[in-house]
Design a protein around this ligand. Sequence first.
Ligand code: PMP
Length: 382
Amino acid sequence: MEIRSLSEYTGCRVLAKAEFLNPGGSSKDRIALYLIEKAEENGLLVPNTGCCIFEGTSGSTGISLAMIAKAKGYKCHIVMSSDIAKEKSDILEKYGATVERVPPCSIVDPNNFVNVARRRADEYTLQHQNNSEWGSSSSALGDGTHKKGFSPRGYFVNQFENPLNFEAHYTRTGPEIYQQITSQCNGGSSGKVDAFIHGSGTGGTISGVTKYLRTKFPELKVYLADPQGSGLANKVNHGVMFSPTEKEGTRKRHQVDTIVEGIGLNRLTKNFAFLFPNSKMPTSLVDGGAITVTDQEAVYMSRWLAENDGNTRETRLFVGSSSAINCVAVLKIAKKLGAGKTIVTILADSGQRHLTKFWNDGYLDKLSLSTTPPSSLDSFIS
Ligand code: PMP
């Protein structure tokens, strides 16, 4: 879809993939389905046999996994940080997932949500190895029936470090964006994309989509949209090397009151490193650099879009926090690039996922953030 008010303001063509329209409500449906299908192909998951999917997530991936797990006949156990909006764990429970909330802490801490999820998967597998219900007397045949020797497994999805996350966006999201842009532009020259802008949670989307779009548009410039408190922008702009065990930077996102959920990290995950294992990371990928967006700018943008923009005259855009960050970054980049360019971004989820925090005026008021819809885009973009 075109975000018309941003196009009019910048003189560029601002296009966004409306991922909040997916059945699970976010862009994460893509990796959830892809990773589960790959695990099935590799015999790591077998439907209706007691297998359980484990993941550490800020919510969106968990919801997509829980939905698909329900449909396919798996159990699902999601570990999330206790500061994530409650509506996400409510939805998870409606899909029948077990939700475990743990205090926010660094990835190097064994109690970080990702580390807990990995541990729970191992525990589950061990616990079921000698379980008499499934145990040594039966084995899954893939259709819910069993033969001797099978026991249900815990499968840890590991979206942060699993290169299949990148691959899902490279083989599916990227080509879809390309097809949608070229079909809307009838394959003409106006189908060219000049810039792609996106935030990073796991890095899967920006890596996968970039790698695919570069095959079609070699001149494409890529920019990272990063929320305040995240250490990624600094790494991108200063070409810091990838290190999977690296300690977190000086600005610790798990210690700030995070209103922007799903993006912003202090480390570079394997989804970045996968692309350029031997080069300085991730400057070769994000060649345009990173733009830091403040919480206040993101809140203003979300209120602006809800007041002024929609896919049709009859609709208005109600976006989540990471989408608002992307849109602010789009404006900042468009100013740099000048009019006449085509800029693509993604609206990863909707405001409905953020009612208790990002879209809760009382909550934002306590953080001294203004929620008054701005009168113009000029008034809040620095
Ligand atoms: N937006 C939202 C709402 C998300 O949940 C996520 C993933 N956590 C992202 C953006 C970033 O996507 P990725 O993990 O592929 O970097």
